[in-house]
Design a protein around this ligand. Structure first.
Ligand code: PEP
Ligand code: MN
Length: 337
């Protein structure tokens, strides 16, 4: 297969589980990109304490072995200065800062201080966007790291979205603020679903991303973490074949804006579905208490409030009136059936 031209690939399992799994995955993905970096978490910041927390420092020699055998830079997630020091001392050539750590600027500053003091600097530091949609915090984290490493260390931004939403607006703002910064897309954490990885990678290719960070596991269904979103090395190869055909489009800015509007529409429609669910519950209440579905005073007070809002937000009164009318009459209609 042709390598994925000029794209940076960061691929590997969500977590290192056994030496065999780490080495088998590394062998299967080595050489797929012009620059392929291996990833595997060993200290996993998991939501629940009952789930797999990572293999810990025991996994470091496996990653170092994968590095030596394949020539790829291997990376792992570090959340504390101790983890950072241990990783670099073991011989790891790269690290990444995860989305949860990225939400805490003090933690990131501690990592930057440890990097400044480290004798052996990493060749690559990947900085994921923070879990909260905050581009300034993401930029701040990147700056903290950049100021702590020599120019020989590549600092790379990774866009992984927030709460399974892409947050294109945040990535677009980063691109505008730091046009020279390489930007990768992590479709695995962005979507949380293996089936969605391909479409997101294609979209990122068209948007002109510099590469991808993708979770790959030899047997995703048996993975100890993030099993629903990991893909096999074979699936990764198929996806990369497809992406080779996708070039960034000429109207790049339009595509970025359309990505944002599609995401806003997703939220609008989800909000509408949520509203209709509440409308149904209100319908039952009205039915049980012998109340009419249409309550004129309620309609008038909602409309009056919304028209004040329209004025404040510079929206034409007629637009707001007709949208609220449509929503309200659909809602009353639902309650009458
Ligand atoms: C990961 O890459 O495995 C990870 C935990 O990512 P994030 O910090 O984006 O959730
Ligand atoms: Mn993961």
């Amino acid at each position: 297969m042709q390598p994925c031209k000029s794209k940076i690939l960061v691929v590997g399992p969500c977590a290192a589980e056994t030496e065999e799994q780490v080495l088998a995955t590394a062998r299967a993905v080595a050489g797929l990109g012009v620059q392929t970096i291996f990833r595997a978490g060993i200290w996993k910041p998991r939501t629940s304490p009952e789930t797999f927390q990572g293999i810990g420092a025991k996994g470091l020699p496996w990653l170092v072995k994968a590095q030596a055998e394949t020539g790829m830079i291997a990376t792992t997630e570090v959340s504390t200065p101790e983890q950072l020091k241990e990783s670099l001392q073991a011989g790891l050539r790269g690290i990444w800062i995860g989305a949860r750590t990225g939400a805490d600027p003090i933690a990131v500053q501690h990592l930057a201080d440890a990097l400044r003091e480290a004798d052996k600097k990493p060749e690559v530091v990947l900085v994921k966007n923070p879990v909260n949609e905050d581009v300034d915090l993401w930029i701040g984290n990147i700056r903290r790291i950049q100021s702590a490493v020599p120019t020989t260390t590549d600092v790379i931004a990774v866009h992984r979205g927030c709460n399974h939403r892409p947050c294109w607006r945040m990535a677009y703002a980063l691109k505008q603020a730091m046009p020279e910064m390489p930007l990768l897309l992590d479709p695995s954490h962005m979507s949380g679903e293996a089936d969605k990885v391909q479409a997101l990678v294609k979209k990122a290719a068209a948007l002109g991303y510099d590469g991808y960070m993708i979770e790959v596991h030899p047997t995703p269904s048996q993975a100890l973490s993030d099993s629903r979103q990991q893909i096999t090395p074979e699936q990764l190869k198929d996806i990369l074949e497809q992406v080779i055909q996708v070039e960034p489009v000429g109207h790049n800015e339009l595509l970025w804006l359309r990505a944002q509007i599609d995401e806003v529409d997703d939220r609008l429609w989800s909000a509408l579905a949520e509203r209709l669910n509440v409308v149904r519950q209100i319908g039952q209440y009205k039915h049980q208490h012998g109340l009419e579905a249409y309550q004129p005073e309620r309609y008038q007070s909602m409309m009056a409030e919304r028209l004040i809002w329209a004025k404040k937000n510079g929206l034409p009164e007629e637009t707001v009136r007709s949208i609220l009318d449509a929503i309200h009459s659909a809602s009353v209609g639902l309650q009458q059936h």
